[in-house]
Ligand binder design. Sequence first.
Ligand SMILES: C[S@@+](CC[C@H](N)C(=O)[O-])C[C@H]1O[C@@H](n2cnc3c(N)ncnc32)[C@H](O)[C@@H]1O
Length: 221
Amino acid sequence: MWAILCSILIFCSVNAEEFSRNKFEILSGVRQTKDEKSMWDTKYSHDQYVFGKTPAKFLAANFDYIPAGANVLDMGMGEGRNAVFLARKGYKVVGIDISSVAVRKARALAQEFGVRIDTVVASMTDYKIPDASYDAIICFYYVERSLHEKMMKWLRPGGILIYEAHTENQLKVPGNEHYSQKYLLHPGELLGLFPTLKVLKYEEPLHQKEYTTSIILQKSR
Ligand SMILES: C[S@@+](CC[C@H](N)C(=O)[O-])C[C@H]1O[C@@H](n2cnc3c(N)ncnc32)[C@H](O)[C@@H]1O
């Protein structure tokens, strides 16, 4: 009898924990114990575009650093707001994301605007990309430090990298206290992350609602 009671108690507490973990992840986007793909699939699993359909401001203001007609890799593309924007500007865009739900929404967005993007559902950390494959790479709010060395190699000589992320100061913004450290850069860190590339532009605004850090770099010819 005692053993049955214990089993029921354990069952209930595991399910309560599962419920609160799912709720936490959906609200915060922060991974707890589930794998990365399921976490992002869940986050994207409603009709709304979580990050909107308009491109990141830094990209909209600076996309013309990328030569016209260039082939561009969008790492951690999400629902395609940046990839579709670049496709509309005439670039050939490949977007890679671990979430099949995000990629489906990105393709729908491209269709909505009557443009083509190429998409891949894969983890950037496993997907093989030959050196010197891209004229440009964009990476918005997908921080994976283990890829930085490779990103410099994936660019062709003269290639452009546009990268933006939040800094740890974002944790001070109410509601963001549980944001995963993994997706955040230290203030000033971005300037030193791609040492073989030349910095063309760098911004790290101090007093914004969002604490972002943004950079444009170029590989030598
Ligand atoms: C904060 S979102 C940013 C999405 C998009 N770049 C944007 O700015 O709208 C981070 C994205 O990275 C993707 N992601 C996370 N881990 C990944 C991985 N290992 N490989 C590819 N994509 C990944 C997620 O699915 C998610 O779409």
